[in-house]
Design a protein around this ligand. Structure first.
Ligand code: AMP
Ligand code: MG
Length: 604
């Protein structure tokens, strides 16, 4: 059996962002921009009024007040959408509406509320404005300064400015900006076409009458809905009987539809008629996996004539859970998105939970009370009970190797309905490779305080909700399997790997014939957000050097090897430098540079 993370990593290697296409901007919603958008104009294009009021010369209003109003002659009325050739001379004003261009001569706008027009009718002493030609008068009660209540041309966007960068996920506000720039069409990554094929003799269509032994093909609909939700185009191929010819024909039909991904359901578990396996094997190159997860153990993945195929399990809940874990990230990656992780929160269990020891996804109801999330996993968890998904808004993850959790313990919960692009820090993510766990090495001469710094960083990162792995390099070797211990005896007998496992901890002792590179070690550490190492000066992970004046002035690393320095002295270096006790600032920096806020629950 393979692990969930391992399976996902393998699956994702087979997907790349698809090519761009040009679409109408409304069809670009939630998609990834495939061009840099520059502005060929100022926005707003002209100086205009930010208020309903009177366009005036600011100099005319000096020291205006309710007690000593200033009277100006109104020469015109200007609504939004119109221009005037009239000029505001000293002592005059033009009545102006929000958005109307500021007339020549005027340099500020007095709001109605600050003029006699804002007074109740019986308090007004000015002459009613009836006829612009004959002249009307208004009293100004407040001084305005130059530019007051005026929106300047180019205040929002300057001509020539980069407004939206390639890679931006287009939300309604970005669509609005494109419209204001006059862009009716825009280049975005195209949507993947995803073939959906249900298999099984027992299946009948949604509009067919039930017959003995038959059930309705619900997977086609939940899968198609999920494809749609995540931005793909479902291409529904209907039902294939457990029959070689029919299945082969359906697959050929999908290929003719130029799909980017095949999703099948059922027929990949053990007790099945082997036709699905036979056909998939014959038409392409397939792996049939048992994944260490529950529900969703059976999974097939491979390629048919170059098109990836994910064979989801048949049970409706298993199919959905597997879709979320494997098909969803694949679709998002094809769409050019970089946040592939399902949004999670840490929640407190409301009752005891039993688990199988495989990574379990328990359907849960998540509520928030007094600033804490709570997960209730009551209710049927059978993988055929689709209504359990209807009741749930989250999947509580019981980690591998755990069989019981008590009420009050914390679990990570995947939130079923939260969008992936919830950004806690910046709306647009820098193009970081997804799912690559950052590795940062803390290096330095001996006794400078590397372990002390690591201890503090680990504690602070945990505090902020991240999962941390630490790798300690020791050239001299180490001992955890002391002579006489069972693990030692098993090693003496020749085992290449020995795992000591208890319900709470696990140790792997592996015989090596050469030293492992950090990247190889990292392959064992898939369930963390960050890997910190001590040592590995010669590895190529980004390095933070710790140095201390009393241990000798010069550094161990050359400046170009370093990403940061932690020291009690200042160096003439072009990298961030921190003091030995600057834990919070160091972790802020680590977060900004390597973590993109993944450890915290999104707001709301
Ligand atoms: P299988 O993976 O073929 O062993 O199927 C496991 C279970 O899922 C069986 O009870 C099937 O009847 C059910 N099942 C398979 N395909 C579908 C489908 N498209 N819709 C609903 N249930 C299904
Ligand atoms: Mg079947």
């Amino acid at each position: 059996m393979i692990g969930v993370d391992e399976a996902l990593e393998y699956v994702l290697k087979h997907f790349e962002p698809l090519e761009p296409e040009e679409v109408e901007i409304l069809d670009a919603l939630d998609r990834v921009l495939a061009e840099d958008v520059y502005s060929d104009m100022d926005i707003p294009p002209f100086d205009n009024s930010a208020m309903d009021g009177y366009a005036v010369r600011a100099a005319d209003t000096v020291e205006a007040s309710h007690k000593a109003p200033i009277t100006v002659r109104v020469i015109a009325n200007l609504a939004a959408g119109y221009t005037t050739v009239l000029v505001v001379e000293a002592g005059t004003a033009i009545r102006i509406m929000t958005g109307a261009p500021l007339p020549a001569g005027a340099d500020a706008v007095v709001r109605f509320e600050e003029t006699s027009e804002g007074l109740p009718a019986d308090e007004r002493t000015d002459r009613r404005i009836l006829d612009w030609e004959q002249g009307a008068w208004i009293e100004v009660f407040e001084q305005v300064i130059v530019g007051e209540n005026v929106r300047r041309a180019g205040e929002d966007i300057h001509k020539g400015e980069l407004v939206l960068a390639e890679g931006t996920i287009l939300r309604p506000q970005e669509i609005g900006v494109l419209a204001s720039l006059g862009r009716a069409r825009v280049r975005v990554i195209r949507r993947p076409r995803v073939a959906i094929l249900a298999t099984g003799d027992e299946l009948i269509g949604v509009d067919e009458p039930l017959a003995p032994g038959k059930i309705r093909n619900s997977n086609e609909y939940s899968n198609a809905a999920l494809v749609q939700r995540y931005g793909g185009i479902p291409v529904r191929l209907g039902i294939a009987r457990d029959d070689v010819e029919e299945l082969t024909a359906k697959i050929r039909e999908g290929l003719a539809e130029r799909v980017d991904l095949f999703l099948t359901s059922a027929g990949v578990s053990v007790g099945d008629y082997d036709v699905v396996k036979d056909v998939l094997g014959a038409e392409g190159e397939m792996h049939f996996w048992q994944v260490r997860m529950k529900p969703g153990k059976p999974l097939a993945f491979g390629e048919i004539q170059g098109v990836p195929l994910l064979g989801l399990p048949g049970n409706p809940v298993s199919a959905m859970v597997s879709f979320e874990q494997f098909a969803r990230p694949a679709i998002l990656k094809m769409l050019g998105k970089t946040r592939l992780r399902k949004p999670t929160v840490e929640a407190i269990l409301e009752e005891d939970v039993e688990s199988s020891g495989r990574r379990s996804f328990k359907r849960a109801v998540i509520t928030k009370r007094d600033g804490e999330y709570y997960a209730s996993v009551t209710g049927p968890q059978g993988s055929g009970v689709l209504t359990s998904m209807v009741k749930a808004n989250g999947l509580a993850i019981i980690p591998e190797g755990i069989r019981h959790l008590k009420a009050g313990e914390r679990v990570t919960v995947q939130m079923l309905d939260w969008p992936e692009n919830v950004a806690c820090t910046e709306p647009v993510e820098v193009n970081e490779a997804p799912l690559v766990i950052p590795i940062i090495s803390v290096v330095g001469k001996s006794e400078v305080g590397k372990t002390t710094l690591l201890e503090k960083l680990v504690a602070e990162l945990k505090q902020r909700g991240y999962r941390v792995a630490a790798v300690k390099h020791d050239i001299h070797g180490f001992e955890i399997d002391r002579p006489g211990k069972d693990s030692w005896r098993l090693a003496q007998a020749g085992s290449d790997s020995i795992v000591i496992a208890s319900p709470k901890r696990l140790a792997l002792i592996k015989r090596l014939d050469r030293e492992m590179a950090l990247s190889e070690i990292a392959a064992f550490l898939t369930d963390v957000d960050i890997i910190l190492t001590e040592g590995y000066k010669r590895g190529n992970a980004p390095k933070i050097e710790v140095s201390r004046r009393e241990k000798g002035g010069e550094l161990l690393c050359t400046p170009d090897e370093l990403v940061a320095l932690v020291s009690d002295q200042l160096f003439d270096l072009d990298v961030p430098q921190f003091g030995l006790d600057d834990t919070t600032r160091i972790v802020d920096w680590l977060e900004g540079k390597f973590l993109s806020g993944g450890g915290q629950a999104p707001a709301g």
